[in-house]
Design a binder for this molecule. Sequence first.
Ligand SMILES: C[S@@+](CC[C@H](N)C(=O)[O-])C[C@H]1O[C@@H](n2cnc3c(N)ncnc32)[C@H](O)[C@@H]1O
Length: 283
Amino acid sequence: MDLDAVFERNYALAAPHTLLMKAQVRSIFDRLVEVRHLPGDCIEFGGFRGGLSFFLGLCVRDLGLAKRVFMLDSFEGLPPTDSRLDGPFQGGMMVSDLASVLQQRAMLGLDAVVEVRPGWFQDSLEKMPATAQFCLAHLDADVYSSTKTALRYVLPRLAQGGALVLDDCLFFGATGVLQAAEEEIGSGLHLHLGPKTQAFAFPAGDPNPRRRAPVWRTLGGRRYDVAELLQRADYIELVASEAAYFRGLAQAYGDYLELVSGKPELPPDSHRVAPNIGILRKS
Ligand SMILES: C[S@@+](CC[C@H](N)C(=O)[O-])C[C@H]1O[C@@H](n2cnc3c(N)ncnc32)[C@H](O)[C@@H]1O
């Protein structure tokens, strides 16, 4: 089977419905391919508009796997957060619409593969099948408390060799996901660095003995190795593109301030100068 073709076809179908970058989705696809012969289903904590869960469902179908994909989300956005751990994330961010997700699932023909479980994790997890087991878990709930709840549920149910993918581990200004992983998995946790802010681990044993040594180790309090990060082309690209974005934003702020400074009324076209600065936009 041409795995690259499976990835490309299904990524194109799911991309409009996910916040994840293509490289992040590819990394999750690679993990699915690695663990596809293990027992257990797939689960996503924080499904939002469904893109990644749909992607996994499409791949499960194309790869001929007898697996389901559980997609969990509050559909009310993030829960209340802890600003010390969760940085810029705030309660109520990222609300999605259950009806649209169910409609999209039907349009992709995934009703029998992707199980949508609405509600806060602590409630929806109580209704999961008693014998649930997982070969792949994607944790994308952004914040400390949600990641703790997800890990406490999923770790004892992960098949031997199963993959745990954690998004937002390297999120600028938020350490909650990493802290939850350290607390729940313990000092023996070996995190491999995925694209962007993603990390992945095999807490119940690695199915691939030839994998490169993990880039991250939590042992000894070392969180990540910057030198190794900077040798990676995808990180350099990411950092460069984010730097360009913020430079553009700073320029827009500068232009805007120049335009409005000293003027008691905002000039009529001032919002066009800095379209990204929602807070300054004239209504
Ligand atoms: C970053 S979004 C997920 C993005 C998604 N994986 C994608 O592919 O685009 C985070 C989601 O986690 C959900 N979430 C966070 N904590 C939750 C909790 N405790 N219970 C239920 N949903 C939660 C939010 O509602 C939000 O939709």
